[in-house]
Design a protein around this ligand. Structure first.
Ligand code: NOJ
Ligand code: CA
Length: 628
């Protein structure tokens, strides 16, 4: 039911179940909205608008010139996912505004109100004289009703790979964490009081509030600046090399700003609001898109047993200029065959190989543009032989394209790289963006790179290739539109347990409430050997247990799940490995049984297309109570 009422100066509200959104224009023509849940204020009156290059006050002086309302109640089926059917039920109001001053610019604000929250976005209609414009700043505010507890990482322009902090909003200061996170390759967080979204909040009276965005395309990622005096959050967009935020061409719109709210933490995890706000799939024939589990020549490099590179240094060459092998290269034909054999023996579908292409001696840290060519294997990696061997064993090969942040180089090679994958039978690729971005001055989460990741997804789609993107902007539900974009990393994965002091046990109970709200994570679970990796430091171990590593296959959702440990470590514990062999990666149904960010999550799922198989897992931050 849509209820619209008006009261001076202008006030409209939309209600869906317990969620209510109000809209008004203040006396000076500033648009504002508020959000209630079950009669309790969630967001106090908060301003909306922009500073443009051509008008620094595109947030005031508006008048209402009309409203349009509609309701939608439909059900759709994702190509893969946590549930088979998704209900998309909302009431929408589109508010048409015009600035009173010349040239009378138009701005529409659209609110969609769902039973579990609200999404709103700005639309810039086609209008004479205002076709091209630059967003200098977005002033969307989220005025909180109190000093809530929040689960946050710094708002960094280039990385999401931080550990989470839990604090009051008023206590947020990201400097200590940014400065101490020396294990993250590139950190650019110039404002101490900016946090990343999804931001998870909990009020004193038990409301759970999640703020994020949906459908991030052709726009920079939204982070949140905290005004401690008023407990207000303001959209802080990631800038480009010029310090501008976005270059737009009307008619166009921003991504959706999302507020998911409930008095039950489980409802936050079950919400499909972000997916519902994304556009439907661009692909009709999806038969080539297949969720899968995979192993890979990977953890052995992360833990120092072998190397990505063939030589230790770029100038380790013989008198003919040929690289001298270091004897520890991981991606050799023989070693890859070992993984293929292991996968085939155990019903694991895919094998990822990293360090197969030339360039790893000198790949990182020099802001070098032409790093890799994505088609030239090292001399000890026989791509044809491996393809034939994998094919004979029914194994799907997963390509690895590390760009080192040089997006320009990757874009020039994309066609060639994807043709190479088509030719040698690689239907999936893991990409990576470790390092400072080229074009120089751009950031991982800025508009240019947001467009780059989408260009890669589109090109992959043309070539029928599934993608798993490491180090992109964090997901915002684009996997609905591009179902070949199976997973992203965009967070602190299990790999930090290999090369840093490791993540605390609570980490994986916060991730679903934050990083995973926008989409699947390639977390790389399944590490069985929990200690003994660091020479000279036998006491260092992962802050995890074997049972918890198994539970992650259910609690950290992804249609692409790695069994990340080495074959020999699985062979030593075949009873536990049976769970990885059995656990599905695509689901008909999911029930979030109980959850509390930072403490525990219990999830039950039902396998896609199978009536009987169910998986049930519980992880806790203390990791003491595991049942399976
Ligand atoms: C970082 C990725 O997260 C990791 O999975 C990969 O192995 C390295 N980059 C090298 O590309
Ligand atoms: Ca990474």
């Amino acid at each position: 039911m849509l209820q619209v009422c008006a009261q001076p100066p202008e006030l409209t509200s939309v209600v869906m179940g317990k969620v209510q959104v109000g809209f008004r224009l203040r006396e000076n023509g500033i648009p504002e909205y508020n959000v209630y849940y079950d009669q309790r204020a969630v967001i106090n009156w908060s301003g909306l608008g922009f500073a443009l290059d051509s008008d620094s006050s595109f947030y005031k002086g508006f008048e209402l010139i009309g409203t349009e309302k509609r309701s939608v109640d439909e059900t759709w089926q994702p190509v893969w996912g946590e549930v088979k059917n998704i209900r998309n039920h909302y009431d929408e109001i589109k508010i048409h505004l015009q600035q009173k001053k010349a040239p009378g610019r138009l701005l529409d604000i659209v609110f969609r109100v769902f039973a579990d929250g609200v999404g709103f976005r700005y639309e810039f209609p086609k209008q004479p004289g205002a076709a091209y414009f630059i967003i200098k700043d977005e002033y969307t505010r989220f005025n909180l009703t109190g000093d809530h507890t929040c689960f946050w990482i710094p708002g960094d322009f280039d990385t999401n790979e931080y550990l989470y902090s839990t604090s009051k909003v008023s206590e947020i200061d990201n400097r200590a964490l940014v400065n101490s996170s020396t294990d993250i390759a590139v950190r650019v967080a110039p404002d101490a009081y900016v946090v990343q979204t999804p931001l998870m909040l909990k009020t004193k009276d038990g409301l759970y509030i999640n703020i994020h965005e949906a459908g991030l395309m052709d726009y920079p990622a939204m982070q949140l600046h905290i005004d401690k005096a008023t407990l207000g959050l303001t959209s802080a967009l990631v800038p480009d090399a010029m310090g501008n935020k976005a270059y737009l061409h009307a008619p166009c719109h921003t991504p959706w700003r999302t507020i998911i709210v409930s008095d039950k933490a489980t409802d936050i995890l079950a919400s499909k609001l972000i997916l519902n706000l994304n556009e439907p799939s661009k692909i009709k024939n999806t038969s080539w898109i297949r969720p899968m589990k995979f192993v890979g020549v990977w953890w052995e490099m992360q833990t120092g047993k072998s190397t990505w590179s063939y030589s230790d240094f770029a100038d380790s060459t013989d008198s003919h200029g040929k690289l001298i092998p270091n004897g520890r290269h991981g991606a050799t034909t023989a070693n890859v065959k070992r993984y293929i054999d292991f996968a085939a023996r155990n019903g694991i579908q895919g094998v990822l190989v990293e360090g197969w292409n030339t360039g790893w001696e000198d790949w990182f840290g020099n802001w070098k543009e032409n790093v890799f060519d994505f088609v030239t294997p090292y001399p000890d990696f026989d791509v044809k032989e491996i393809t034939e061997y994998a094919r004979s064993k029914g194994i799907t090969m997963i390509m690895h394209n590390e760009t080192s942040g040089s997006a320009t180089n990757y874009e020039r090679q994309l066609d060639t790289a994807f043709q190479f994958m088509n030719r040698f039978g690689y239907p999936a690729v893991k990409t990576g963006y470790v390092g400072r971005i080229i074009p120089r001055g751009e950031h991982h989460d800025g508009q240019w790179m947001v467009n780059h990741y989408e260009r890669v997804a589109k090109k992959a789609l043309e070539h029928h290739i599934m993608i798993d993107v490491h180090e992109p902007m964090r997901p915002t539900g684009l996997q609905r539109t591009y179902p070949n974009w199976l997973a992203s990393e965009a967070g602190r994965g299990n790999e930090y347990n290999a090369f840093s002091n490791g993540s605390p046990p609570e980490h994986e109970t916060i991730l679903p409430f934050t990083r995973l709200m926008g989409g699947p994570m390639d977390y790389t679970p399944g590490i069985f050997k929990l200690r003994g990796y660091v020479p000279g430091n036998p006491g260092r171990q992962m802050h995890s247990t074997l049972a918890k590593q198994l539970a992650l296959y259910v609690t950290i959702y992804s249609p692409l799940q790695m069994a990340a440990d080495l074959p020999e470590n699985y062979e030593a514990k075949l009873d536990a490995f049976q769970f990885i062999k059995d656990v599905p990666v695509d689901w008909d149904d999911t029930k979030i049984i109980e959850a509390e960010p930072g403490d525990y999550i219990t999830i039950a799922r039902k396998e896609k297309g199978k009536e009987k198989r169910r998986s049930f897992d519980r992880i806790t931050s203390s990791d003491k109570q595991i049942r399976k």
